[in-house]
Design a protein around this ligand. Structure first.
Ligand code: COA
Length: 310
């Protein structure tokens, strides 16, 4: 296999979405086999969200969505999304038989040419046990920063009786006040805004947005999916996290979800304590957040559990 016979191009449209999803499954499952972990199944939930995410990336970040081809067949792909002050590598995968030929590095370079300046926080989530990708990202200025803890938790109807004046949830709609509230919470928690991603999440059929409101002010949000993933979630103060998680888990239980999954930054002790006290168990997945520099208040945040956005 000679790298010279490999060509690179931007994604052209929906025909590239399922091809890159299947490529992801093959590369990820090869890695999982080598580390004696369960295979990722091609479930309706995983495929639906993966295709929706690719459509979203293609629409808003087409210059960050790259394929590598050999003899007209896709053998690798990379996707990066760029928001003001924040760049994220959402995916980078090369078919097992084509690895170690410089394809991953070339795809990474193409993705990095899109929307990434020296002042922009650059991030990627990597498998903790994958030395090749972790070393590759470190050589490109993204260093291991935070472990991400994957937790599965049984859902339950929580005791939602709250003293008068306590934070309460309301369903979020894709209207201007809701989007402004989400922007404001993101700016406080993450240090950047991504309205385009919120519109994507709000419009997904499988999930709902809960806004947590205290004294008439939105203080947090959570996305809850009928596929079982809860996140992203963010709160202005960690004291609101237990209420936000109570309401989210209750919503999930009421919509037929029996086990919810969460991706929690290792330093988010309030969220971890909440989930572990309610029967949460560590998943076998171990991932790490790599970044070019520290950012945000990660103890106020839980990542999406169902897709590759941040
Ligand atoms: C990680 C991955 C994308 C890298 O793509 P690749 O095409 O195999 O990597 P490249 O050939 O471009 O090599 C990239 C670097 O890793 C090194 N490398 C690659 N394979 C290696 C190996 N088996 N042993 C040691 N070093 C290796 C290369 O020397 C190169 O180093 P350099 O940039 O200093 O020259 C690919 O291996 C893959 O898809 N793995 C499975 C899925 C995965 O882990 N994706 C990343 C998720 S975050």
């Amino acid at each position: 296999m000679i790298n010279g016979s490999v060509t690179y191009r931007r994604a052209c449209g929906p025909q590239d979405f399922s091809v890159t999803y299947e490529l992801f499954l093959r590369a990820a499952n090869d890695l999982r086999t080598r580390s004696h972990r369960e295979q990722l199944a091609d479930t309706i939930a995983r495929r639906t969200r993966a295709l929706a995410f690719r459509q979203h990336a293609f629409t808003h970040d087409g210059d960050g969505f790259w394929l590598a081809e050999a003899n007209g067949q896709a053998v690798g792909f990379g996707i990066a999304t760029a928001r003001p002050d924040f760049w994220h590598l959402n995916a980078l995968h090369v078919l097992p038989g084509f690895q170690a030929n410089g394809i991953g590095r070339t795809l990474l370079h193409r993705c990095m040419e899109y929307g990434r300046g020296p002042e922009v926080v650059s991030t990627v989530i990597s498998e903790a046990s994958q030395p090749i990708s972790n070393a590759l990202y470190a050589r490109h200025g993204m260093y291991q920063w935070l472990p991400l803890v994957h937790i599965q938790c049984p859902t339950f109807p929580a005791d939602l009786r709250r003293p008068a004046g306590a934070a309460a949830p309301r369903p979020g709609k894709p209207d201007a006040p809701t989007l402004a509230a989400l922007d404001s919470i993101d700016q406080a928690v993450l240090g950047f805004m991504r309205g385009v991603d919120h519109r994507f999440w709000i419009e997904l059929e499988d999930q709902s947005l809960l806004l947590l409101v205290a004294r008439d002010e939105p203080v947090g949000y959570a996305y809850v999916s009928r596929f079982g993933g809860i996140g992203p979630c963010a709160t202005r103060s960690t004291r609101y996290l237990p209420s936000l998680l109570d309401y989210s888990v209750t919503w999930a239980a009421e919509h037929g979800v029996q086990r919810a999954s969460f991706v929690v930054p290792g330093l988010a002790s309030a969220s971890l304590r909440y989930l572990l006290e309610r029967g949460g168990q560590y998943d076998a997945d171990m991932t790490v957040l790599l970044t070019s520099k520290p950012f945000g208040r990660m103890d106020h945040y839980l990542l999406p559990a169902n897709d590759a956005l941040f």
